[in-house]
Design a protein around this ligand. Structure first.
Ligand SMILES: [Zn+2]
Length: 466
């Protein structure tokens, strides 16, 4: 058996399903007819890079050391003096592989001869196998294009990825390839723009060519082809400069691109741009949690909740529990005890679950959230709060809003990163019917290993559907 995972970066589950229905992508529609199409949960933050950890490591990103696209290294163990800040949008992208937990294996380490094309996590990929896919130079160019370049350039990169994918398909046991244009074009023109569909057509023709090649070699039925995504998209019309707001409240703030400051008090680290980690009391080397925060910092959490741009404010109480606040919905406590999850209403019901939930399994906790605005929110919040590099105040943006404005290199009309359904629900299209219904993107990693006959390591956050 061989496995091919094609990542249509930024494809939202409902948009993807209607694209298949529209007749625009016949090879993908054929896969659905013969195999299956499911909507599964990605991870919070629903952002490129972090949201690749499930595919490549089978883990939620916070737990392996990737809490967000930008983060502040309170412990000062990984990022350098003087700012101790990380941003994967520039040259520090190269540090992602070193930032991840060395004890958590990557797919490339577990599956010899595997290939990752535009993989942000490369540990275990030999330079020879990297160059078989895309050279580090073209990968860097692709990254720059993703964040700073034009949509036309990104389409060119996708075509390169398509060529490399077809070349390597069937030659290696596991192949991962990321197509970035859907995300890029969605940011620039909106997720419903016809050009976004053009970007999906590149994935469609790639699948057609891969299928043709494998059928000619009589290998199609021994190959699992999975097309999925790392996050969705939703329209944004209002951009809050969160760092400016916090500065206006009287704090000395560091935020990208200006992370150098004298005696900074608050670090504003935005991802997506519809989520943010806010770190307070920066001189402390350990997480203060809400009870250890200064009075000013605690007041900041309340002030942020008042902003129209903020939907949910999450304040960790400990590594295993947090308050979740919404301005109109009041607050509740989300907690985790090993693999069991609870939701206890306090002044209200911010996740609109209608009841308290005690000691649920991960699957039951997901089911409880299934029909709400925030699918899988209990598990996702609990897991991110448990990450040692997470912020002291975690924000999820309101519809039509995100958290960066004047330093954003390219104007954008669509955003992602939050806990809302439009960002959290992604498609999983499968060439063959699964043995069980997939739930999360974290399921792809153990499923790949099962399909390939490899043993599954302990500590994963997903279950095999193979
Ligand atoms: Zn994006």
């Amino acid at each position: 058996m061989k496995v091919i995972v094609l990542l249509a970066d930024g494809a939202r589950a409902d948009w993807f399903a209607s694209a298949l229905n529209s007749g625009a992508v016949p090879s993908l529609a054929r896969l659905r007819d013969e195999g299956a199409l499911h909507a599964v949960a990605t991870v919070f933050p629903s952002v490129t890079g972090m949201a690749y950890a499930p595919f490549l490591m089978g883990r939620f990103p916070g737990g392996v050391g990737l809490p967000g696209l930008r983060w502040f290294d309170r412990a000062r163990t990984r990022c350098r003096w003087p700012d101790y800040c990380r941003s994967y949008t520039g040259y520090q992208y190269a540090y992602a592989t070193g930032d991840i937990d060395p004890r958590a294996p990557t797919i490339y380490e577990l599956v010899p001869r595997s290939v990752g094309i535009l993989s942000p996590i490369t540990r275990g990929l030999s330079s020879e196998r990297k160059s078989l896919s895309l050279t580090p130079r073209s990968a860097l160019r692709a990254l720059r294009t993703h964040y700073f370049g034009s949509a036309a350039d990104m389409l060119k990169v996708d075509r390169e990825v398509a060529t490399a994918t077809v070349e390597r398909a069937g030659e290696v046991p596991y192949l991962f390839a990321a197509f970035g244009s859907i995300d890029k074009l969605s940011h620039a023109e909106g997720h419903q723009s016809p050009r976004v569909l053009d970007a999906l057509r590149i994935v469609d023709t790639t699948v057609a060519a891969v299928r043709d090649k494998l059928e000619r070699r009589a290998e199609w039925n021994d190959t699992r082809v999975w097309i999925t995504s790392d996050h969705g998209h939703s329209p944004v019309s209002r951009h809050e400069d969160l760092e400016r707001v916090v500065r206006g409240l009287g704090f000395r703030v560091i935020a990208h691109p200006w992370t150098y400051g004298i005696a900074p008090e608050v670090a504003v680290m935005v991802s997506g741009n519809a989520m943010a980690h806010v770190y307070v009391d920066l001189a402390k080397r350990e997480r203060p949690f809400i009870r250890g925060m200064s009075d000013r910092a605690r007041a900041l959490a309340d002030q942020l909740l008042d902003l129209p741009s903020v939907d949910l404010v999450i304040t960790p109480l400990s590594e295993t529990s947090s308050e979740v606040h919404s301005l109109v919905g009041g607050h509740a406590i989300v907690s985790r005890d090993g693999g069991r999850y609870s939701y206890a209403r306090q002044t209200g019901d911010p996740l609109s679950l209608g009841r308290d939930l005690l000691d649920l399994s991960r699957d039951d906790a997901q089911d409880a959230c299934a029909s709400t605005l925030y699918p899988d929110a209990i598990v996702q919040i609990a897991e991110l709060v448990g990450a040692s590099r997470s912020g002291d105040i975690i924000l999820s943006a309101a519809p039509e809003w995100d958290f960066r404005s004047r330093y954003e290199p390219i104007p954008h009309v669509s955003t992602h990163g939050s806990l809302r359904r439009e960002h959290m629900e992604v498609p999983l299209l499968m060439s063959h019917r699964p043995a069980r219904t997939p739930r999360r993107t974290t399921d792809l990693f153990p499923s790949s290993l099962t399909a390939l006959g490899c043993s599954i390591p302990d500590g994963l956050d997903g279950l095999t559907f193979e």
